[in-house]
Design a protein around this ligand. Structure first.
Ligand code: NDP
Length: 276
């Protein structure tokens, strides 16, 4: 029941109407018996500093930050944790008595989902397709976990810049680029928005490059079964879907706000329900 003790968690982004986080987090708070509520707020770019001041002024316990504000919020926070600073993006804010700390749970969320599937990245070679915001978190996570990484992206400058920041290699998004990137690789991650609904027949990687023994992780979660994952399964690859990362990054955020373990099964069911 919402009462005068209810604590608020806010989602700040633009747009936010499509987000499954309210369904996922509210189900988690209810299952954990916590008097918390999670609400989405569409925040235009010009209102970001005011929205962050509002978190502080109203004593709102925390927030998720989503596209396009993950970098824009950073100057308005009191502290940025090391991981978020290295990545250059904040997706979670924690408010402790008016002191706002920015964190990044996309990177550890990706890594937890990967390790949950039984893949240990240390000493392995990974190919990351994409060099946008999500790809940054994925590449930092993989490099931090001891993997070597080849980045393949449509825009070469963005790939080169991410590669320079992380000690990865950058290759063009061509057949020759994919061939070179995939030589000796055991993991491929799609961190582009290719395959995202409604363009569900698009795939970032031609099926001819898929072979048994590769683990294929598609962080796109709408649809849950992307064309890339279908092609990968047909080629005998192990596959991991974006829902796993979505739930893990949300569970880690829940644990920061609530200070207790997140009910991951409940969150997964609620997110899958909201996506369906
Ligand atoms: P960005 O806009 O920051 O980056 C988009 C990336 O996709 C860029 O690398 C871009 O390449 C590439 N891209 C887009 N369209 C094309 C195309 N037609 N051809 C080739 N490359 C293309 O988005 P994000 O990084 O924030 O998000 C990417 C995806 O990850 C989204 O689908 C999002 O939903 C998903 N995501 C999933 C999460 C999860 O928890 N599972 C968490 C966060 C994101 P270029 O540089 O050339 O423009």
């Amino acid at each position: 029941m919402i009462d005068s003790n209810t604590r608020l968690i806010a989602l700040l982004g633009d747009p936010v109407a499509h987000s499954v986080s309210p369904a996922m987090q509210n189900a988690a708070f209810a299952a954990a018996g916590l008097n918390f509520v999670y609400l989405a707020f569409p925040v235009p770019a010009a209102a970001v500093s005011g929205a962050v001041a509002g978190l502080r002024g109203l004593g709102i316990r925390g927030a998720n930050i989503t596209i396009p504000h993950k970098t824009a919020v950073m100057p308005f926070l009191d502290r940025i944790d090391d991981q978020a600073r290295r990545i250059g993006a904040v997706n979670v804010i924690l408010n402790d008595g008016g002191r706002l700390t920015g964190c990044n749970t996309d990177a550890p969320g990706f890594l937890a989902a990967l390790k949950c599937s039984g893949f240990e990245p240390s000493g392995k070679k990974a190919v990351v397709i994409g060099a946008g915001g999500a790809a940054r978190a994925v590449v930092f996570a993989l490099r931090g976990a001891g993997a070597s990484v080849a980045i393949v992206n449509r825009t070469r400058e963005t790939a080169a810049s991410l590669a320079a920041d992380t000690g990865a290699a950058a290759l063009p998004m061509t057949d020759a680029g994919f061939s070179e990137a995939l030589a000796g690789a055991s993991l491929v991650v799609n961190a582009t928005s290719i395959g995202l609904s409604p363009d569900i027949e698009a795939t970032p990687l031609p099926a001819k490059f898929l072979r048994q023994g590769l683990v294929v992780f598609d962080i796109v979660y709408r649809p849950q079964q992307t064309r890339l994952l279908r092609d990968a399964e047909a080629a005998g690859c192990q596959t991991i879907g974006g829902l796993e990362m979505l739930v893990e990054q949300g569970a880690l955020a829940f644990e920061l706000w609530a200070g207790q373990p997140a009910p991951r099964d409940v969150m997964s069911g609620a997110a899958a329900g909201a996506l369906a």
